[in-house]
Write a protein that binds this ligand. Structure first.
Ligand code: FES
Ligand SMILES: [Fe+2]
Length: 439
């Protein structure tokens, strides 16, 4: 539970807000690369309550500018991409990727106005299908060597989706290991062709036990929250028998990344990005430790549910998340289909636009959430005092943040501590790209 004042402090993200200032110290996913893949690579972006326009200039450089032209405020998202920049269609002012005004064509020929106009611009970089932006002051930090960044592009796939709620409740579902036993419970174990939304259909590693069965039958997990240099690790144990313990290791990478195993070969790294106070995007980077991914197939599967260009879900509050009482009785716990992403969307959107944390009753199963809130409030305080922040990394520091280790497996009960780290390491080292990527 938080006080009303703390809840405000951790949820508001606009310019000048305490949490907004903190978030501006980190790279934020701003768009998918595929959004810039068409003939006219210019897209409007709303991020941390700011309206921006992202474009690739005719030399391939990325620019991220304030959306409103500094002349008289017209919308640059409708601009013309030409002559080394983006040209406002109102009076033709031209801006480069750094925001420098290059031309003011309606002014007299000897005008020096253009040289004096510097439009607000932010750095943008691209990694494995995602464009990241830095909206803070000063030098951006280095991106850490997470598996989703060091794996070659062919082994990764990125996608995103819009949720109608504050970013923090979206993140909190990702650090809530007990909900999977309920929200994502299926009443049968048969495997399906359509794997994406049915991640838990795989067997847990080192066993022939389907994840679904483990989650359904062992719903009172022990959750240990272990501090780590990147944030914290959640070690979730379910005792299956006197000699077998199911262990699921997932991670919170500060400030807003959740990292977890989807199947024996696939890891999901999910960023919960504030669009503004009441809307957020999840950006998912999938990393394969096995075969190269079939990007077209993965994308085709996703767009059946999530529609570009806004990447809004076809199900939602407007159609009761597809709720079917018959299905709820016989097939799934929610009655909202088999796609776990839809379940999570229902759970977090139904909490309200900004979840009122003054009315909660947290239990022991919520300990990762409580830990995270303390960490977030502490980081907000530190940012205000100008102190060093977690995960604001220089280049050598970034090389030291790898992995992180994540696994869903069945361990011998007497060897739990050694099991999961070894199991991750074995799988990671066997990845076809392991030698070429930083260890
Ligand atoms: S408003 Fe953009 S050039 Fe005038
Ligand atoms: Fe979930």
């Amino acid at each position: 539970m938080l006080t009303a004042q703390q809840n405000e402090r951790v949820t508001r993200v606009g310019p000048g807000t305490p949490c907004g200032n903190l978030m501006r110290r980190y790279w934020q996913p701003a768009a998918l690369s595929e959004e810039l893949a068409g003939k006219r690579p210019v897209v409007p972006v709303r991020l941390l309550g700011e309206d921006l326009v992202l474009f690739r200039d005719d030399k391939g450089r990325l620019g991220l500018l304030d959306r409103h032209c500094p002349h008289r405020g017209a919308d640059l998202a409708y601009g013309r991409r030409e002559h080394g920049g983006l040209r406002c269609v109102f009076h033709g002012w031209l801006f480069d990727v750094k925001g420098q005004c290059l031309q003011t064509p309606a002014e007299p020929e000897d005008s020096k106005l253009a040289a004096r106009v510097k439009h607000k611009a932010y750095p943008a970089i691209e990694r494995n299908g995602v464009v990241f932006a830095y909206l803070g002051d000063g030098e951006p930090p280095a991106l850490p060597d997470l598996d989703c960044f060091v794996a070659p592009d062919a082994y990764t796939f990125a996608f995103k989706g819009l949720w109608d709620c504050n970013w923090l409740q979206a993140l909190e579902v990702g650090i809530d290991p007990s909900h999977a036993s309920f929200l994502h419970r299926y009443f049968d174990d048969e495997s399906e062709e359509e794997k994406y939304g049915r991640q838990f259909r795989d067997n847990s590693a080192d066993s022939d036990i389907p994840m679904t069965k483990v989650l359904r039958e062992f719903d009172r997990p022990r959750i240990d929250v272990v501090p780590a240099d990147f944030g914290f690790r959640m070690v979730t144990q379910r005792t299956i028998s006197p000699v077998q313990t199911h262990v699921r290791v997932t991670n919170l990478v500060f400030p807003h990344i959740v990292n977890l195993p989807l199947s024996q070969d696939m890891v999901l790294t999910q960023f919960h990005v504030p669009v503004d106070d009441t809307t957020c995007y999840w950006y998912s980077m999938f990393t394969s430790f096995g075969q190269p991914v079939d990007k077209a197939a993965m994308r085709a599967q996703r767009v059946t549910v999530v529609e570009p260009p806004l990447y809004k879900s076809k199900v939602g509050r407007h159609n009761d998340y597809g709720f079917d009482p018959h299905e709820q009785e016989h097939e799934t716990f929610t009655g909202m289909g088999h796609d776990i992403n839809v379940h999570d969307q229902f759970a977090v959107e139904s909490q309200g636009a900004i979840h009122d944390r003054t009315r909660e009753h947290l239990g022991q199963a919520d300990r990762a959430i409580a830990t995270y809130r303390r960490m977030l409030l502490d980081a907000i305080d530190k940012a205000e005092r100008g102190e060093t922040l977690p995960m604001v990394l220089d280049a050598p520091g970034a090389r030291g943040i790898t992995g992180p280790a994540t696994i869903d497996g069945v361990a011998p009960a007497d060897n739990l501590d050694h099991y999961w780290e070894g199991a991750y390491r074995k799988r990671r080292d066997a990845a076809p790209w392991a030698d070429s990527a930083a260890a």
